[in-house]
Design a protein around this ligand. Structure first.
Ligand SMILES: O=P(O)(O)OC[C@@H](O)[C@@H](O)c1c[nH]c2ccccc12
Length: 260
């Protein structure tokens, strides 16, 4: 079993437990459920911002603890002030040390799009994403059939959410592409074996139709790479560890963007 398989097994249990604990009617009554959702496209394409989707990530299966000493409010507001186009906040607890409350806390203090970074396998998690104040949801092609991608993307759109589809090879891209998706993210990290290569982004960019926003995800640690990715056609750059491994991730991002 790969780590991704393990995460999905655990996720199925979690979703079952959550459904038993909190009804859909309760989710629909939550304070953020009917709020205005920010447009991922507008923020990513705004030239006054950096295109960086800055991630709050305490821990990962590949790196272990990255940083569990900082607050989600401090870091995300500093990311936004440093020019982030959007925020990414992990909500998986067992593998990434994240939680629903992290998105809620980030939502209260930020006015830019928030991606609920989660392993989505069920419609219920999209209702949760809406309820916690997220604007963007992630669909990972490696764990979903094309029919599931299409169904979940359409349901997310019906809730007003933006959809980011993540692929890490041409086969996943070809089989999963769907008109309900807003953005396609090329993950430079293979979630099955953790190998990383930014070349994955350069190889796949030409194959992504231009109606989709193009995002390069993971293992981005210098501004020259961002310049090259931009020249190749990418609109967004998802960065986590490079900032989070510093004592002050917001300050690390502010320093980083000086090089753009
Ligand atoms: O920390 P990095 O290498 O900058 O990567 C950030 C982000 O791309 C990565 O956390 C990620 C990309 N896709 C995911 C899916 C699930 C969990 C995590 C991820």
């Amino acid at each position: 079993m790969t780590i991704l398989d393990k995460i999905v097994v655990r996720k199925k249990e979690e979703v079952k437990e959550a459904k038993a604990r909190v009804s859909v009617a309760e989710l629909e009554k939550s304070e953020f459920f009917n709020r205005h959702v920010y447009s991922f496209r507008d923020f990513l394409l705004n030239p006054a911002r950096t295109g960086i989707i800055a991630e709050f990530k305490r821990k990962s299966p590949s790196k272990g603890i990255i940083n569990d000493q900082v607050s989600v409010e401090d870091v995300t507001t500093a990311y936004a002030a440093a020019g982030a186009s959007a925020l990414s906040v992990l909500t998986d607890t067992d593998f990434f040390m994240g939680k629903t409350e992290d998105v809620i806390a980030a939502r209260r203090v930020n006015g830019i799009p928030i991606l609920r970074k989660e392993f989505i396998i069920d419609e219920y998690q999209l209702l949760e994403a809406r309820a916690m104040g997220a604007d963007v949801i992630l669909l990972i092609a490696a764990i979903l059939t094309p029919a599931e991608v299409s169904h979940l993307a359409a349901f997310a759109k019906s809730l007003g959410l933006n959809v980011l589809l993540e692929v890490h090879n041409l086969e996943e891209l070809k089989r999963s592409i769907d008109p309900h998706v807003d953005a396609i993210g090329v993950n430079n990290r293979n979630l099955a074996d953790f190998t990383v290569s930014v070349d994955t982004s350069f190889q796949l960019v030409e194959q992504i139709p231009n109606e989709f926003l193009k995002i390069s995800e993971s293992a981005i640690s210098n501004t020259n790479v961002i310049k090259q990715l931009k020249a190749a056609g990418f609109n967004g750059f998802l960065i986590g560890e490079n900032f989070m491994r510093q004592a002050d991730p917001g300050k690390a991002m502010a320093e980083f963007v000086k090089g753009l």
